[in-house]
Design a protein around this ligand. Structure first.
Ligand code: NAP
Length: 255
């Protein structure tokens, strides 16, 4: 019998931006894809149908992430243990609060950024690892971090904290998985500056409240943003590296 690679990719934030490009390229590569976001993308559904690929889009608000994480566990536990040869979780969804000092930020915005950007990633990762523990598939978790998890910026404390948290929880879980039979490999990877709605929000901010507004405006004016497609290619090729996970922290700009 011919051996065939069967890949499952679960990713958050597939409805637009970088996540949409990642989902499109995974479908193109023949992966089965489960996307989790508040909205579904109709054109992804159309694309999957045209490709003959399997796509499910689950509508969850990841600022209340527990139901999505339990739904994922339930789905994973219903699959035969040897159904896939490769299974990947991509924690891509992220959110920004209106850029301004923490003192001026609304507590509800601070909480949403932390929950979508960090709590959801941790809950999904935990139950993903539990649900695939006995699978024969190669198991990987890629979390989309940011340079701002490693370098502080005024006006975005909650976002900086969520991304620093992503990096450090990835380091800790990588240690846990290193001791497991068929342990998962995990990386928290910064994608560079990408031309999505998130950048529109940063350069559209009030410069009086957000000292870096000018920098984001000039990155855009000078054509220094990467396209979501090109960035998705870089991220997916990182996932395909034979030594993926050897270093749990990375940045696509550093190769
Ligand atoms: P984006 O265009 O704003 O898209 C964000 C995605 O996250 C959307 O699909 C959105 O889906 C989902 N999302 C947001 N809030 C959510 C919620 N409450 N519940 C469920 N899903 C939610 O952002 P992007 O630029 O593609 O960012 C993707 C990732 O890259 C993020 O983690 C971001 O921090 C990171 N990143 C981006 C840049 C950049 O320059 N763009 C730089 C560094 C890191 P719904 O609205 O449908 O819910």
């Amino acid at each position: 019998m011919l051996w065939r690679m069967t890949s499952l990719t679960i990713l958050t934030g597939q409805s637009r931006g970088l996540g949409h490009a990642l989902a499109t390229q995974c479908l193109q590569a023949g992966h089965q894809v489960i996307g989790i976001a508040r909205h579904r993308s109709e054109d992804l559904d159309t694309f999957a149908t045209a490709q003959g690929a399997t796509l499910q889009q689950w509508e969850h608000d990841l600022s209340e992430p527990e139901p999505a994480a339990w739904a994922l566990l339930e789905w994973l536990q219903a699959q035969p243990l040897d159904r896939f040869t490769q299974v990947t979780l991509i924690n891509n969804a992220g959110a920004l609060a209106p850029p301004q000092s923490l003192a001026d930020s609304e507590p509800a915005d601070t909480r949403r950024v932390l929950r979508v950007g960090l709590e959801a990633a941790m809950l999904l990762t935990g139950l993903f690892l539990r649900g695939t523990r006995d699978w024969s598939a190669a198991r990987k978790v890629l979390s989309i971090s940011s340079g701002l998890g490693r370098r502080a910026m005024a006006g975005s404390a909650s976002y900086c904290a969520a991304k620093a948290g992503l990096d450090h929880f990835t380091r800790a879980v990588a240690l846990e998985e290193a001791n497991q039979p068929n342990g998962a490999r995990l990386v928290s990877l910064a994608p560079g500056v990408v031309d999505t709605d998130m950048q529109v929000q940063l350069r559209g901010a009030d410069p009086a409240a957000f000292p870096d507004q000018n920098r984001f405006e000039s990155l855009w004016q000078n054509g220094q943003l990467s396209s979501p497609d090109a960035t998705a290619r870089q991220l997916l090729s990182w996932l395909d590296r034979p030594n993926f996970g050897q270093n749990p922290i990375g940045d696509v700009r550093e190769g």
